[in-house]
Design a protein. Structure first.
Length: 210
């Protein structure tokens, strides 16, 4: 895909959604960090239901640490992999208090050192909480970038590297959210909704569906 077409796609997505953001509900960087940590292999809807009950009771590292692993499990047991996630949440809260004064560090290396936090989670927190022009690549973004030929790659890392190279600076901050929402609601896995897609004429997918 050439540069002009990529810019047209990004411009159209921006026009369609000028101020995109995550569908996870949060009010602080810490709440976002925990929500993203819980969202691995789970839907944002299921995470929001759990945190709507958890955060009014405990929404700081110290308060969640007081709940303990079993206490956290009670709030997140409706989410997949809740046992290991509860352990990671507690370990992360402990580390935040011990090493970062209870604050979420605005630093990739420090974020990735937290239990259950990988590159994707760190990217989301840096982008959404702190306004960094990072591009987190999940399954939706990976699919959209390969299917449209916007930034094809064999791995998530390949796609991220390509996006960082080909997305102009003015679009980098919001690119992650445009693509994730596009993949979640339009360019869906089994049968993409090409007929209602705002970038259909620019997309290079050969097997378009009406």
């Amino acid at each position: 895909m050439n540069k002009e077409k990529r810019i047209s796609i990004l411009s159209r997505l921006r026009e369609n959604n000028p101020h995109p953001t995550t569908e996870l509900v949060y009010t602080t960087p810490f709440e976002l960090l925990i929500a993203v940590l819980l969202s691995a292999q789970a839907t944002d809807v299921s995470v929001n239901k759990a945190t709507a009950k958890l955060y009014p009771v405990a929404n700081t590292p110290a308060a969640i640490l007081e709940l303990g692993v079993d206490g956290v499990k009670e709030y997140i047991k409706t989410i997949g992999l809740f046992n290991s996630k509860a352990e990671n949440v507690i370990k992360t809260c402990r580390l935040l208090l011990e090493k970062h004064g209870g604050e979420v560090p605005e630093n990739r290396e420090a974020l990735e050192a937290l239990p259950g936090v990988g590159r994707k989670t760190a990217n989301v927190v840096l982008n959404t909480a702190f306004g960094w022009p990072t591009i987190a690549v999940d399954t939706h973004i990976y699919r959209v970038c390969n299917r449209t030929n916007f930034a094809p790659g064999k791995t998530v890392e390949n796609v991220e590297d390509k996006l960082l190279k080909v997305v102009p600076a003015e679009f980098k901050l919001d690119c992650h959210h445009w693509f994730i929402l596009h993949g979640r609601y339009t360019c869906i896995a089994r049968k993409p909704r090409c007929g209602s897609c705002v970038i259909e004429d620019l997309c290079e997918f050969k097997e378009k569906v009406e």
